[in-house]
Structure formats: C-alpha cells, structure tokens
Design a protein around this ligand. Sequence first.
Ligand code: ADP
Ligand code: MG
Length: 698
Amino acid sequence: MANLSLDQLPLRQLKGVGQALAAKLQRLGLSSVQDLLFHLPLRYEDRTQLTPLGQLRPGQAAVIQGQVIHSQIQQGRRRSLLVRLSDATGVISLRFFHFTSAMQAQLSPGHPIQAYGEARPGTTGLEFYHPEFRHLSHPEAPGLLETHLTPVYPLTEGITQARLRQLIQQALTLLETSPLAELLPASQPKQPNWPSLHQALVLLHQPPRDTTWPELESGQHPALRRLAFEELLAHQVSMLLLRQKIRRDAAPVLQLAAEHAHWPQALRAALPFQLTGAQERVLQEIQADLRQPHPMLRLVQGDVGSGKTLVAALACLEAIGAGYQAALMAPTELLAEQHARNLSAWLSPLGISVGSLTGKMKTKARQECLNSLADGSLQLVIGTHALFQSQVRFQHLALVVIDEQHRFGVHQRLALRDKGDQGTQRPHQLIMTATPIPRTLAMSAYADLDVSIIDELPPGRQAIQTLVLPDTRRHEVIERVRHACTAGRQAYWVCTLIEESEALDCQAAEATWQALAQELPELHIGLVHGRMKAAEKAEVMAAFQAGHTHLLVATTVIEVGVDVPNASLMIIDNAERLGLAQLHQLRGRVGRGQIDSYCLLVYHPPLTAHGRERLAVMRASHDGFVIAQKDLELRGPGELLGTRQTGELTFKVAQLQRDADLFEQLKPFAQQLLAQTPHLAQPLISRWQTQELDYAQA
Ligand code: ADP
Ligand code: MG
C-alpha cells in the first residue's frame, strides 16, 4: 500500500470500504484515492462557532447551545416532541416528529444541549426541525463545534455525508505521506496567489474558519481557480494531442488538374454576384490547407446568410478538379435536398456528377448511388448521417464538408476519417457552422480545429425588423401575413415544439395550417414537417421556392439553411420556448433578398422575466456572435453545441461561464506543456479523466 501512489491506490484499501461501498463510490465516478480527493464539496456549513439564541434569524443555519427548560409531546395534526431551549439571550424550540424514549430522556429539562440545524419560523417562534444535537453531560463531552468549515459533498444513494467525510479524512491523511504529483508546469500562469495542489485540496476539504466563504461557493477562491485551470489544461492538452495525431495522418495533396484549371473561374462567372472579401479570404485559407499532405481540419464560422454554401462548393471543386471525390453532409434531409439542388446547379454545368444519399431513399436508388460512389463515377455526394454508414464506400474521397456542424460531435468527426482511400489516406475536413460559438466555448469545444470566420454579409442585405407580440394579438399577425402575401411577397409561419414529441409537434403544425387556410382563403398555404415523406417535403419546398405557395407553415425543420430570397416575413409561434441561437437561425430565413423583412416573435403570455429578457435580445441584435454569447449566459453551452458536444464538455470543477477568463491563457500553456514537459500530459489527462476520446482509434 505504501508504494502505490494515490492515483493507483484503490478505495478498497481505505478502512471500512468493502466491495459494496466501493461499488457505490464507483457510481460517483470514484475508484482511486486520488479520485476521492478531487471529489469536492458542493457547499459548506459553518459549525465553527456558537450563535446566541437571541441573534438567530429565520433561515439561518447555526450551532446553538442552551439549557432545556421544557419538554413536551404535542398531539397536533402530527405528534411531535417539542423542546424549549434557553440561553442568556433568548428562547427557541427544537421539534422532532420521530423520536425515541432515549432521545426524550436526553432532552429533559435541566440538561445542557448543543444543536445544529436551520432556524425556521414555527408556531412557537423560531424552531429547529430535527436538528443534530448533543447532550453535554460532562464538561469535556464532544460537542458539535468544528475547527473548520464543514464540507457538504455530492452523494449517491447508500452513502451518507458522515461516511464520505470520514473517507475523505482518511484520504487527506494519506496525502500527508504520499503527495500527489504537481502537474502544472513550474511556469504557472500569472496568478501569484495560487496555492499548490496539496494546499488547494486540503483547503477545499477543510477550509479554516476564517476562509472567505462566499468566494469558495462562487468559485472565485484561488484554490478552486487553480484546480479549474488544471482541469481545463488537461482538456486542452487532450484536444491538442488528438489534433497532433490526426495531423500526422496522410491526406491527398489537392491541386487542380490542368484540364480543370478553368473550373473556379467558370463557376464564378456564372454567378449573378461577386464573392465577398470574407468569402475570398476564407477560401484562400482552405486552399492553402488542401495543398498540404495532411488532413485539413477547419471550422468555418459565418453568420446566417454569409454565403458558406458557395465557399463549400468552391472547396469541393478543388477536390474534384484534382481527380478525387467530395462529400457534403447536412443535418436534415430538407437541407441536404436544398444543397443538392444548389450544388448541382453550380457544378453540373462544368460536367461534374452530383448525387444525394439520404436515409429515406428507396433501395434501388440507394444501391445505384452506393455503386457509383464505390466506382468513383459520382464525384460529389450530398447527404445526411446516412453518409456515415459502413456500407458507404468511396473510391477516393478527399474532402468531407459538414454543414451546420453544431449537431455533430468530435466522435462523429473521427468516424468520417475512415472513409478515405483504403484507410491509408484521410480525407480533408471542412466544418461549417451557422451558430457562432462564443470564443471561450470555441476554444474548448473546437481546440482540435483551425477556425476561419466569414465576418461579412453579402452587400445589399436588408436589416430584419423584429417585433415581439403576445398571441392575443394574433389577428394583427394574420393581417400582416395577408398584406405581405397579397403584395407578392412570401412568408413562413413556424410552429415550435409544444411537447417533447415530434408527433405532437407535427400535429400542432397541421392544426395551425388548417386554421390559417380558413382565415386566409385567398392565399396558397403549404405545410412541411418532419413526419412527411421526403418526396412530399421536396414538392412543398419546390412550390414555395417557385413562388406558387405564399405562406409556408412549418415546424423547426426549416431552421437551418432554407433559402428563398422572396420570403420577407417570418412568424414564430411560442417564440419564448426556443433558444436564442435557434431563433436567430430561423429569423435568418428572411432578409435574404432586397425587400424589407420582418420577424414577428409571438409569445404566449405571461412571459417570465427571463423570457422577456431573451426576446428583448432578439429585438435588439442581429449579430449572431452577440446573440450566441447571450444564449451561453442565459442557457449554458448545451443550447449552442447540442447535447453530444456538451457531454464532451462536462467538467468536474471548471465551469465554462464562470471560468471564461482562464480559457484565454490556456492554449499557449497547453502547447508549452506538450513541447517542454510532454511526460506530464498523460498523468494530467488521466487525473481529470477528461474526454474519453479513443486515442487508439484516433
Ligand atoms: P449560409 O452562410 O447561411 O449557409 P448561404 O450559403 O445559404 O448562407 O447563402 C445565402 C444566400 O446568399 C444564397 O442565396 C447565396 O446564393 C447568396 N450568396 C452567397 N454569396 C453571395 C455573395 N457574395 N453575394 C451575394 N449573394 C451571395
Ligand atoms: Mg447554410
């Protein structure tokens, strides 16, 4: 036992830990003594001093001491033992609904008592319900007073606070003789008051009574900051290692063949507009990556409507013109179909074969597509997750484009790598997201990627005016739709999730569609939702695109990508239920042409203060980055990244929002650590069990 370090020492080695308890501890993710030391308190209780009874406030938790002056069983609605306690400053009551005769004897008049609990207003004044108590029979009897703040730990069924405290006490004793390795490099960040790892752990488990307590609970205490930094560093190092590993792979060097050298120029010449400066710059960054013999891993962030699809098309051209295949993956069928239409319109005139592969395709069409991918005759394929499936084989895939990346996680990115040439060469990856990710989040979620930003919208875009209305003013909303559509414009009416069920959601959209058809008999109204057949959806979308339908009622399936420039009015029902990033996406469906555009956010009153604040953000800002930052503050990272990625970003100590400033210093430290003290990387990663990325596969 003495020669095992604490990260190796199993919890079974502690006194009182048998197989059953070890299994319960495992449920908390604790298997070594080191794990236990990193199991930090949720909060603290102050049991270091006595509070005079006369000074107690309702809601206050305190250790008190006094003489029992009265004790009586009360037969109210519930039978209880009521004990009156007095000191020189006042009188309060202790009340027990469950009690034994032994307790009753200990609490009889004349006895000195100490108790710990929370004071609450009751029928007799301030009362303590079921406090912990001690009978102070002898002057030296152990009381309830502690020398340190008392930690309160996260528990699991079958483990009590007392038990966990006692185990952690043992772990701290072991820590005295076998210290944990200090894994932060000596060149620490500029935080002179950060304690050592040892000091930090001791302090957090046993804070001295004079510790600034609010700092501990708010995460501002240097001991916590130091641990959070170490954890974030571990995460960053693991992402950088992954990135290094991927970049050691081979990838095809993409250079246009002489006979296709005119393609990019030909495509540009066919466009009714010029690329923006930002599109040109990002395209150059991509091209430089594609000329390397290692896989590109680049994230392109660009606000809604910034023209990412065209950049993707030009990137695909590089791969196809070099004699390889390219694949573009979209999160929904609707979007895959739209991309297939756009890219085919741009690339087919050059003689490039473009096809699509989705989950709902008929067997025969699907087999044909698979065959032409395998023999290389299909040069560009556009699809959904279906592209990940193992039956999908390419002859020589050189570029994978993932659109609206926030729905895919690191693991899915890794899965795509294996679609390259017989596994010896990996495809380049271009990842595009329309949900701008705030800096701090991007630095941790995408530490394995290079980032390009399209920070410019095509010229002539109209600002979208956003209005917030209660659904009691629905008739006004309908009049606006009537007015816009009879004037030759088009509109979307989005029905948001009412229940956590796609089926009910689609029903709601159908009901709205029927109601609107009655209220607006002069309009052609289409309906699209996730439960419709792919062909039906495509037909509805085509009719809307061609202007045959005036109003399109939809579920949030149209959230991403749909592009109909003549649509200038968007209604979002129950807007208060959606995240800001999602509202921004939806709103981005209008304002794509030259016409003044409007977005009406319709809510169901009453709005909470939170809801009001969120809708106000939408009214005030059109900048996806500002909105994403607000969303992160208001709803946390899950909304922005999707659950998959958020799962990969769960920390033990660190919190993305609270510790945002630490991120700023992270990357150089992680790089320095890998360059100067690479032997620290693995112990650091396993100490924090960050990302369980499969390095064997990576
Ligand atoms: P997003 O970045 O949201 O995916 P899209 O690629 O769908 O945006 O582009 C939105 C619209 O803008 C499309 O109709 C597209 O053809 C058009 N577009 C793209 N680039 C330009 C440009 N440089 N100038 C004008 N319109 C452009
Ligand atoms: Mg797009």
